[in-house]
Design a protein around this ligand. Sequence first.
Ligand code: FAD
Length: 626
Amino acid sequence: MDFSKRYDVIVIGGGHAGTEAALAAARMGVKTLLLTHNIETLGQMSCNPAIGGIGKSHLVREIDALGGAMARATDKAGIQFRVLNSSKGPAVRATRAQADRTLYKAAIRQMLESQPNLEIFQQAADDLIIHGERVEGVVTQMGLRFFAPRVVLTTGTFLGGRIHIGLQNTSGGRAGDPPSIKLAERLRELPFNVGRLKTGTPPRIDARSVDFSVMQEQPGDTPLPVMSFRGRVEDHPQQISCYITATNERCHEIIRSGLDRSPMYTGVIEGTGPRYCPSIEDKVMRFADKNSHQIFVEPEGLTTNELYPNGISTSLPFDVQIEMVRQIRGFENAHITRPGYAIEYDFFDPRELQYSLETRFIKGLYFAGQINGTTGYEEAGAQGLLAGINAALAAQERDSWCPRRDQAYIGVLVDDLISLGTTEPYRMFTSRAEYRLLLREDNADLRLTEAGRQMGLIDDSHWEAFCRKQEGINGELKRLKSVWVQPDSEKAAAINPLLEKPLSREYSLADLLARPELTYSRLQEALSPTGTPMDDIDAQVAEQVEIQLKYQGYINRQKDDIEKLKRQENTALPEDFDYQKMDGLSNELKQKLLAARPDSIARASRIPGMTPAAVSLLLIHLKKYQ
Ligand code: FAD
């Protein structure tokens, strides 16, 4: 059946990748269709209802800086906000929000439904229309045909999805949702390299059956953080606490006794699971010397009693799950509302993608999200945004775009996937970024919003707010550099009590703010009685001014490193370069280099574990070789 509508871009899948892709393409002004199984599950969080955290909040802020939805939806749905690593440096500080699952979905749906140029249609995509090496559209389960020269595929865990609870397994895209079988079969006919991965989720628990009095309460932060650069605390719903408990030896005993019926330990599951988010059975086996593992007891929302016990994801048989849960402090009488399970699904080797996330083999076909071997809403959202941008740029006959590794975590993510591929679900960490002092969550807008505006992603009010902030930062930096404090002045008398040693010579306010013992607000407080103008500036401007002044030396050093690398970037590495002969390089790095056989210094430098010292060594050996 020919459905007369033609689009510039069709996005398949209404998860985190799909919704950002559809919104981005439509924001850029191209006619977009979002085709998804079920409109009710748009923006559904398949697992933990939480957004952000270390490495991940950086992606969320970058999506936000490019006009995306995730951070704004989080501000409308977040019921507990915290800044992790708040006592550490700004590079690794990360905002995390526990979200109300229903409010999050509602916020995403509202943004999708009010987005001009975007239409939504509920139906499974069963087939792709491909002519030669070009995609031309999609065929749905009912046989409807939608045409577009660009299709973004964001099918998450649904392709050939198989759900495991103990030795029982069934087909499913996630609990309660159908899998994508026909589309998975069709994709297997195309020249892509397919693999299987797995991920898991814990059983959910009814809060009414839990004794919170024996757990440690974990309230959110005060003052309340926001996720979006445009977020307002007033947008947050009611805030509630999470709780902390832990597993114990009895619980581990029960887990060990159930392993003969575990799909993972009996070889029923073939796919590799996320190393950094292991199941409880994996943790008990891998860290056999630990007799306890922490569990964060997180509410799923304001209008539900369901709790998410973060830390006990499992695919053990249900009877073992019940027994194991009831050994945990506070869960002695727990009622499980949904069993934990693992899911196995198809993913495609991301090395077969271009930086635009367009596949190398089929023109106009883009892959984004879990389908590329990643795990996590934030990783999916970031890729979806990028694929949507590039599909729209292609529709407008403009060059594709992908930020570099020194510009954004999105660049790190895509570059890692495309150059190294993945054999296990890939998640983001701050340690994956070489230039993490430059790629902070607090400055994502300063790094990306201008590029977003040029591509048509940023509307006028967003742009005006961004320009105001930028002007505020520049103005305040200039002012702080021009106000001088003499050692014997009234200002010095006000500031000296805050310093390790009293001032012995003239300093500018900018010099003083660079000192670790001074913050913008402490300086403001001390100077206000002296009549020194310290503008009552926006909190985001004050934060930027402070970070830029305090970390200037490190930031400049990273900028120099980037410049140096750029100069060496194109230095070719010969195919037969003998890494084994390189003295001073660890065996592990030699093996990695031999396996990856990078064709340039830039590619070699991105191999995990390659330090700047190892790159220098490589350059020295290369000189000898030539
Ligand atoms: P999804 O969010 O899965 O969305 C896919 C969308 O595509 C859905 O709307 C689906 O209905 C639609 N769709 C699929 N096929 C078709 C089709 N043929 N036609 C039309 N629509 C289609 N992440 C973590 O970071 N940590 C975890 O511990 C974790 N555990 C998880 C446990 C489970 C059981 C599951 C299912 C997921 C887990 N995740 C976890 C992963 C997280 O849910 C995903 O990374 C994220 O949702 C991926 O986003 P996505 O947009 O790629 O896909």
